[in-house]
Write a protein that binds this ligand. Sequence first.
Ligand SMILES: CCCCCCCCCCCC(=O)SCCNC(=O)CCNC(=O)[C@H](O)C(C)(C)COP(=O)(O)OP(=O)(O)OC[C@H]1O[C@@H](n2cnc3c(N)ncnc32)[C@H](O)[C@@H]1OP(=O)(O)O
Length: 184
Amino acid sequence: MTRSPLTTPPPGAVVPAAHPEGPPPGTALGSHYGRCFGCGTDQPTGLHLKAVTPDGATVEAEFTVGEAHQGSPMLAHGGVLAAAMDEVIGMSVYLFRKPYVTGRLETDYVLPVPVGTTLHLRAWCNGITGRQAYLEAEGRIGAPDGPVAVRAAALFIEVGMGHFAKHGDLSAIATELQDYEVNP
Ligand SMILES: CCCCCCCCCCCC(=O)SCCNC(=O)CCNC(=O)[C@H](O)C(C)(C)COP(=O)(O)OP(=O)(O)OC[C@H]1O[C@@H](n2cnc3c(N)ncnc32)[C@H](O)[C@@H]1OP(=O)(O)O
């Protein structure tokens, strides 16, 4: 992965263990919000990521590129692929049971991804220090050990739930998402 210093964990950043109250290994991770473009089931043109955590600390997911996801004819749009990486990385950091948002997302596009391809995504944490979490993901074509098509590195910033109350609609999240403390 080609990455900038902004997404490289500094010395002293720690990779957390699975949270004791997090999902057990093998748990399917449902959608956090039905209208989410990444994982929502009520978003017709969304990515409909299907995710599982194999170990309570990382995420594996599948995303099948559809007609609605094209950039050039019958090939996935780069922004859509970045959205898939953002989503799977977001799912992985929320395993640590604190709300984070994307601060920076860097993407390497390695292979074109045709419509109809199922991308096998994997995301993991390289370290957390203070409010900053350093994460990484890859997307492989056709199988978990298929050729790498996309790689991403990200900096996520921890926020309080007040972030969503101030800037968005906390009640819409809170009604669907029971795992988080909703008081800012
Ligand atoms: C509910 C469950 C749902 C569960 C959801 C599961 C899946 C969701 C997946 C999708 C995730 C998204 O797309 S989230 C949506 C896209 N992202 C956003 O909308 C975020 C918009 N940006 C912001 O709101 C803000 O900029 C923040 C919160 C990121 C940071 O603002 P702040 O809180 O005031 O903090 P600030 O002091 O600026 O920054 C804190 C530290 O981080 C550093 N920092 C901040 N931003 C950056 C940056 N872009 N690049 C480098 N470094 C940065 C600062 O230098 C500082 O370092 P130092 O001085 O401490 O060293």
